[in-house]
Structures are given as structure tokens and as C-alpha cells.
Design a protein around this ligand. Structure first.
Ligand code: GDP
Length: 366
């Protein structure tokens, strides 16, 4: 399963945010087979469509879908040279599928900034540079090896060399691989290089409690936004400290009160969860029966049989077709029967690319 890694310099609020994730996270008892790794936090994906489907169908049980965050502590300047826990840190990043970079945008005299003062752009640069340098090292090594093989006119080596030739100068300029546009046929080669800077990145600006309601009044946040725009990356704002307190509240009314006091409608954590899910290229389809209404995660672009396989491998093997209706249509017509009468329920086959928000009923041979 895919996981989003949380990175950032020391003292920017990573642990505080990760604590919020694990406190808000699903109860281990509900997921007995989940990995018990202290650096992994499993979260439920908030989805208003699941709530509305529950109202429509009135099932015995509602089950949200989940995914994982991984806490990656320990980056410092010089990590790519093995400073601190550098190498370990980089190997942890290698294992995640998307990166959420926490950036400090709050002032607090009592909390030391590792670089002496609060400067989110310098912080981003420090981290991104370590990742670029680590990639440059592996690309340079690989380039030397592949160039030799390419001399023999080996087709694969020639193709890979062309990709490496495209990547190397960009890294040398200090820019991430994700800033390069590749041709479709180059993408599998890029993927096979397992580079750190080819992973999608989301910036998480950690702001003071006073700034949550109107984060753009904080000029540090503006700086982060301007920088992220140059990469085509998204920025979300949270107050990690407040999120940790919110996550401790069990009562929904108390949570609402807290959010109101902060002047926001949705918790920053919920926003982070949705954005990270999207960054990972994940989407949701639903199954809706009287016994259970449930959200399932699939990778954007997956076809119906593969999506059926998310529930059970037998569903994929024996897939015949799927009765499919979009969430909007089901909502408009109120129930499956009425949606069918209106011709909004489709019978889809093996080649159907499932859409986010589809409600699926799979037909299969056992
Ligand atoms: P990490 O080293 O990145 O994991 O940072 P921590 O989560 O340990 O946070 C470092 C310090 O900053 C702790 O004392 C936190 O309580 C504090 N901190 C974290 N988030 C906020 C925030 O939003 N506002 C303020 N004022 N302090 C925060």
C-alpha cells in the first residue's frame, strides 16, 4: 500500500503533527492486521460522500477507507553526505510514495530554530538540496555505468542513457526531477531509478494558532506559496499544536467548538489527509448495501477488475461486469431503483476505468 512521508527540519512541528495523526488515527483494535510500527500512523479518509451514502442507504455499518503516513525524522544539513542519521533518513524517504514537507511559519522565542531564525524558504532549500544531492550522486554513478553499456548499442541502455542525460543537468542546477517533463515511454525508466526528487511533494506550512483563520496574512506563508507555485506544488496550512489538541477531543461537538474558536470549518489535519491521498494518486469508490456502506481505495486509472480485486483477489479473477452509478446520480435519484429507472445505472465491463466517487456492484464467477 502507498504511504506519504512526513519530513522537515528539526523543531518545525513534525512530531506534533504526527502525534495528531496517530491520536486522530484509527484504533488499532479495528485493524488487527495493521503494521505496528511506531513511525506509521493509519488515518481514516474523511469523505462527505460516505456520510451522505450512509444517510441514503441506512446500513448496519459504515466503513471508511484508510491509508498511512510515515514519520521520517532526522534530516539535517549534510544528510546526503551522511551527517546525522543522513543515510538512514534518505533510505526511509526512498520507501515512501509522496512527501509532505512541514515548514515552520510560526515565531516562538522559546523554540530554537536549528538555523538560527525562522525562514521557511531557507528551510525548504536546505531539505530539497539534500534530496537533490543524493539523487545527483546516484544518477552520476548510474550514468557512468550505463554509458559503457550503451556503447555496445544495447537498446535499453541507450534509452536509459537518454533519460539520464536529461536528468543530470537539471539536478546539477539544484532542481528536482519532478520539475522535468518526460515522454510516456520515458516514465518507466524514471520510475526504475527510484529517485527522491521524482516523488510528488506537498508543503505543510505550520502556523501559529492566531494565524489559522487567515493564514495568508502571514508573510512567511506567502513566501512558501510563491515558492511552491514555481514547482506546481500545493501548500496547506495547519497549526500542528492545535491539531494535536483537536485530535484528543473524542466528542464531535467539542471538536466543532474548537474549530469555531480557531475560526476554521475543517481541521487542518483533515485537509492534510485529503491532499496527501490525492498526492499519492489515490481515489475512492464505494460499495453500498444494507449490511455495509464502505469506501475503498484504488489507484487513479485502475480498471474495474483491478478495483474489484481491492476487495478480494477472487473478485478480480472471476470478474464479469459491474453495475455502476456515480455518487451524484445516486444522490439525485435517492436510491438504486430510481437511478436504474432513470437509466443512470450502467453495466460496465473489463475495460472500464473506474471514476472517483463511483458506486460499484461487482458481478463475478467464483
Ligand atoms: P520536530 O522536531 O519537527 O518534530 O518538532 P516538534 O513537533 O517536536 O516541535 C518543536 C517544538 O515546537 C515543540 O515545543 C512544539 O510544541 C512546538 N510547536 C509545534 N507546533 C507549533 C505551533 O504550531 N505553534 C507553536 N508556538 N509551537 C509549536
Amino acid at each position: 500500500s502507498l504511504t506519504a512521508g512526513i519530513v522537515g527540519l528539526p523543531n518545525v512541528g513534525k512530531s506534533t503533527l504526527f502525534n495528531a495523526i496517530t491520536k486522530a488515527g484509527v484504533e488499532a483494535a479495528n485493524y488487527p492486521f495493521a503494521t505496528i510500527d511506531p513511525n506509521v500512523g493509519m488515518v481514516e479518509v474523511p469523505d462527505y460522500r460516505l456520510d451522505e451514502l450512509t444517510k441514503l442507504v441506512n446500513p448496519k455499518k459504515t466503513v471508511p477507507t484508510t491509508f498511512e503516513f510515515t514519520d521520517i525524522a532526522g534530516i539535517v544539513r549534510g544528510a546526503s553526505k551522511g551527517e546525522g542519521l543522513g543515510n538512514q533518513f534518505l533510505s526511509h524517504i526512498r520507501q515512501v510514495d509522496a512527501i509532505c514537507q512541514v515548514v515552520r511559519c510560526f515565531e516562538d522565542e522559546n523554540i530554537t530554530h536549528v538555523e538560527g531564525k525562522v525562514n521557511p524558504l531557507a528551510d525548504i532549500e536546505t531539505i530539497n538540496l539534500e534530496l537533490v544531492l543524493a539523487d545527483l550522486e546516484s544518477v552520476t554513478k548510474r550514468h557512468a555505468r550505463v554509458a559503457k553499456i550503451a556503447k555496445t548499442k544495447d537498446k535499453d541502455a541507450v534509452a536509459e542513457l537518454a533519460v539520464l542525460d536529461k536528468i543530470k543537468p537539471v539536478l546539477e542546477e539544484g532542481l528536482p526531477v519532478r520539475s522535468i517533463e518526460f515522454y510516456d515511454e520515458e516514465l518507466p525508466i524514471v520510475k526504475g531509478l527510484f529517485l527522491l526528487t521524482s516523488k510528488p511533494m506537498l508543503y505543510v506550512a505550520n502556523v501559529a494558532e492566531e494565524d489559522v483563520a487567515d493564514p495568508d496574512s502571514n508573510e512567511l506563508v506567502q513566501m512558501v506559496r510563491d515558492f511552491a507555485a514555481t514547482e506546481g506544488a500545493k501548500v496547506i496550512t495547519v497549526c500542528a499544536r492545535a491539531e494535536e489538541e483537536i485530535a484528543e477531543l473524542e466528542d464531535e461537538e467539542d471538536r466543532q467548538e474548537f474549530l469555531e474558536a480557531l475560526g476554521i470549518e475543517e481541521s487542518g489535519l483533515d485537509q492534510l489527509i485529503r491532499e496527501a491521498y490525492d498526492l499519492l494518486g489515490l481515489a475512492t469508490y464505494f460499495t453500498a448495501g444494507e449490511k455495509e456502506v464502505r469506501a475503498w481505495t484504488f489507484k487513479q486509472g485502475m480498471k474495474a477488475p483491478q478495483c474489484a480485486g481491492v476487495i478480494h483477489t477472487d473478485f478480480e479473477k472471476g470478474f464479469i461486469r459491474a453495475e455502476t452509478v456515480s455518487f451524484e446520480d445516486l444522490k439525485q435519484y435517492g436510491n438504486m431503483h430510481a437511478a436504474k429507472e432513470a437509466g443512470r445505472v450502467r453495466l460496465e465491463g473489463k475495460e472500464y476505468v473506474v471514476n472517483d466517487g463511483d458506486i460499484m456492484l461487482f458481478r463475478f464467477n467464483v
